[in-house]
Design a protein around this ligand. Structure first.
Ligand SMILES: [Zn+2]
Length: 296
């Protein structure tokens, strides 16, 4: 068994994972609006507390951590959604938990898990996106995760889809993630229905489920934006299969068919297709934890 941690901008999950990718035990925390201001310290403290507790029960010599950001040798070079820059996360955690810590970009972790334990081995060209607080990306070609030379790359979320668009935390304007992340969808719903930004996830899901008619325009606008970004990627890579992970998986019953339809019926695709395979990550929001547990 191994320990995998998934650290995103709204949530941290820690899991004890067996060799078949099954989560035996899981600990999770959603960050409140207040905690997000001190996210680095809050997240580190939570991880340290849980891992030290797990040390009493299990034997392990390493911990895998997936973070939403650019990572090199354990240093988080840049994470716009966590508000962390040039921070040696590996050193800090190893000092406080006393085991080896291996860190990788969270979307890449999720893609590794989906490939290893999902049902993707049928495909040679897999476009993988996580739609959560931001948008993470990965690409698997013939079973291999593609990566840049100096950086992870495949940062689909920061592809500009609107020249004078909304300002992104990365400093640019009009980035795909400001339109296509599940957070941007949720924020629009929260605003329209006058809800609190601190509304717990399950409660928000219930409200959304009961307000489908009222938020129809928001859903359509979200699908429009999402299909622009995804069609750009399809035109570049011509994948056999598109897999979407992250918080999106919780709303797939509402969004996936519409997205599929829009991609096929709009004029966004350069090459005509009769079919496009697009599915939500089989491991859902657990993919990050499971993938992180596989890091060596
Ligand atoms: Zn950006």
């Amino acid at each position: 068994m191994n320990i995998g941690i998934d650290l995103g901008g709204s949530h941290v999950g820690i899991g004890v994972v067996d060799n078949n990718g099954k989560i035996l035990e899981k600990f999770e925390k959603d960050f409140s609006v207040e905690e997000k201001k001190e996210l680095k310290n809050v997240a580190i403290q939570y991880i340290v507390d849980i891992v030290n507790k797990l040390k009493e029960k299990y034997e392990f010599s390493k911990v895998g951590l997936g973070v939403a950001g650019t990572v090199s040798n354990g240093v988080i070079l840049k994470s716009v959604n966590l508000g962390i820059k040039n921070f040696d996360m590996k050193k800090e955690l190893e000092k406080r938990i006393g085991v080896n810590v291996i860190i990788k970009n969270d979307a890449k972790c999720a893609a590794i898990a989906e490939y290893e334990f999902g049902d993707l081995k049928l495909y040679d060209n897999i476009l993988f996106l996580t739609l959560g607080t931001g948008i993470g990306g990965a690409y698997i070609y013939e079973g291999k995760l593609l990566e840049g030379t100096n950086y992870d790359g495949f940062e689909y979320g920061h592809m500009i889809i609107n020249k004078n668009g909304i300002e992104c935390k990365c400093g640019k304007r009009g980035c795909f993630e400001r339109y296509g992340s599940i957070l941007s969808f949720k924020n629009k719903v929260i605003q329209k229905l006058n809800l609190s930004h601190d509304i717990p996830g399950p409660e928000l899901r219930l409200v959304i489920d009961n307000s489908k008619e009222e938020i129809k325009d928001i859903i359509n606008e979200y699908i429009d934006d999402l299909s622009i970004g995804i069609s750009n990627l399809v035109n570049i890579f011509e994948p056999d299969c598109i897999v979407i992970g992250g918080g999106f998986a919780r709303y797939d019953y509402l969004l996936l068919d519409k997205l599929h339809e829009k991609l096929l019926q709009s004029n966004l695709l350069f090459n005509n297709r009769n079919e496009i395979i697009i599915k939500t990550a089989k491991l859902g929001n657990d993919a990050g934890i499971i993938g992180a547990s596989k890091l060596v």
